[in-house]
Ligand binder design. Structure first.
Ligand SMILES: C[S@@+](CC[C@H](N)C(=O)[O-])C[C@H]1O[C@@H](n2cnc3c(N)ncnc32)[C@H](O)[C@@H]1O
Length: 264
């Protein structure tokens, strides 16, 4: 990573951890310091969560903590509208596809305008860019739109990694498999016989309705001062999880949670 590379327009998708100022890798710090501009959308990382403003502030705090040059150019790209009430999986897939195409166009235009003579744009991404984040796909599409662009991905500490660390967990049972899934798919995935599931993007505690017996390791607002952790047999600890969610929400104005379920 060499900072300004004249003539070349380069984007770095940088995982900045899931909320903690310290969960940023040395490689990510180097990338944050190589940025000529930061490309951000105001909804990054929130997954639609309420209180996205606080997440934006957290992201800015991570950048401010690790960038030695306090000067920075931030280019905000307006997020195109998205159909948030799809009726089925096909509509959901189509809504996401259209949204990504519109974002790719917006990002390609923003990058061309911000870096007319080349340089490095950093796209800070919540957690790790490889899990439930669209930045990599959007940039790949933007590259195809004539933005004359190269991009690299710098991995980050995911909320899922942080969950495992906080609970001192190994996500898989010995030699076993784990399915990483979302709240909206959980019921179907569990009904399909999967015994070990890591669940993200679940605003409504979908695990509460699962038949069968499960053990849960749950965490909310990980990495922040208002982190919450609960573990135990699901049926027993659900009230504690609900109370912890309410606490986290009251403390910060938003709650994001991630959990591991194991069929007992
Ligand atoms: C759009 S996804 C982004 C995931 C992110 N790329 C990562 O690696 O953590 C947002 C989801 O990640 C999880 N998440 C992100 N940050 C979190 C945090 N600080 N504590 C708990 N869960 C978090 C939640 O499941 C949330 O719904």
């Amino acid at each position: 990573m060499t900072g300004h590379a004249h003539g070349r327009r380069r984007a770095l998708v940088v995982g900045i951890g899931a909320g903690g100022l310290d969960q940023v890798t040395v490689e990510a710090v180097r990338a944050l310091n190589a940025a000529d501009v930061f490309l951000v959308t105001d909804k990054d990382g929130s997954g639609g969560a309420a209180g996205a403003g606080d997440l934006v502030r957290l992201r800015e705090a991570v950048i401010a903590r690790h960038r030695t040059d306090p000067e920075r150019r931030i280019v905000r790209v307006a997020d195109p509208p998205r159909n948030r009430a799809p009726r089925d999986d096909a509509e959901y897939a189509a809504a996401v596809r259209d949204w990504h195409a519109a974002r790719a166009r917006a990002w390609a235009d923003a990058l061309t305008e911000a870096l007319p003579d080349g340089g490095t744009a950093v796209v800070p991404v919540w957690g790790d860019p490889a899990l439930y984040d669209s930045a990599v796909r959007v940039l790949e599409q933007a590259r195809g739109l004539g933005a004359d662009l190269e991009y690299e991905v710098i991995p980050g500490v995911s909320s899922l990694t942080l969950l495992a660390a906080r609970h001192r967990l190994v996500l898989n049972r010995i030699g076993g498999a784990v399915l990483v899934t979302t709240g909206r798919r959980l019921a179907a995935d569990a009904a399909g016989g999967t015994d070990d599931l890591a669940v993200m993007l679940d605003g409504g505690l979908a695990c509460a309705d699962l038949p069968g017996e499960w053990e849960i390791h749950w965490g909310a607002n990980l990495g922040t001062d208002d982190e919450e952790l609960v573990a135990g047999p699901l049926a027993e600890v659900l009230p504690a999880i609900r109370a912890a969610r309410t606490r986290a929400k009251a403390a910060r104005g938003w709650v994001m949670d991630v959990y591991l379920l194991r069929r007992i």
